[in-house]
Design a protein around this ligand. Sequence first.
Ligand code: NCD
Length: 310
Amino acid sequence: MDWKRKHILGLSDFLPDEIEFVMDTSRSMEEVLSRDIKKVPTLRGKMVVNLFFEPSTRTRTSFEIAGKRLSADVVNFSSSGSSQSKGETLLDTARNIEAMKPCILVMRHNASGAARFLSRHLSCSIINAGDGLNEHPSQALLDLYTILKVKGKVAGLKVAIIGDILHSRVARSNIHCLGKMGANLWLCGPATLLPREMARTGATLTNDIREAVKNADVVMTLRVQSERQKATFFPSIREYFRMYGLSNNIFSLAKDDAILMHPGPINRGVEVTNDLADCGRSVILNQVESGVAVRMALLYLMAGGAHVAD
Ligand code: NCD
């Protein structure tokens, strides 16, 4: 398959074949990461700029490592300490960075649509690393990669996504990604955080965590996105945990070989108990590990590709 996309802004318009292609490319990248010398010269002479206007641990580090494993020059920009605090607009900041000739901008911003906006004004490639509550495509692709690695398939699996669906870009990208790949998706959360129109995606909606987790193959819990909540969506954190927190008791309703996922950062004792987050069926750190291979694949494809084996 020829890769034709200049930008990766979201997965809503991705075709299943493209998703498969990213998975295949990620497997080649994982092979590179299994070598003694985990580095190839594929992106030598190319610059990747991480432009992050929101906090990030996993995503930013993972894109940085991915770029370095491919020999790109990686530059990290974070809004604190930048001229944004002096009143510069997003577009001016981005144009200035573009003047330094990056090949790819990896961008996180709290405004939904920010990555798409820049893609209309800049000539370099843009990867959306999370825009407001809209999309987080690389996270969903690494989630799919992790599921495929552990389960061998995703089509027909019951995947329950639990928590603050309303404010979650991870949920939105996963609904597109896992849905296109044939998963049987269940979305669960308090009525205030589970928009009814999500039923249009083909997913089954429920406010009952037991129903969502029952016989699930994959249970994905989400962080409550307090920073995006402008109102009170549930009475208290204690109440939330009692109704929607994942405990051993609830997780035991899933299939015996079910896996537990979480995009991080985890709030232990809120969306998941301490024990469960660290249990043998938790693949939370596997997700982080997959993230490097998947992001290497994305950078590689966006930069025009070359032989990984070089
Ligand atoms: C997520 C994000 O930033 O959207 N984290 C991540 O990228 N791994 C989820 C979250 O912040 O809850």
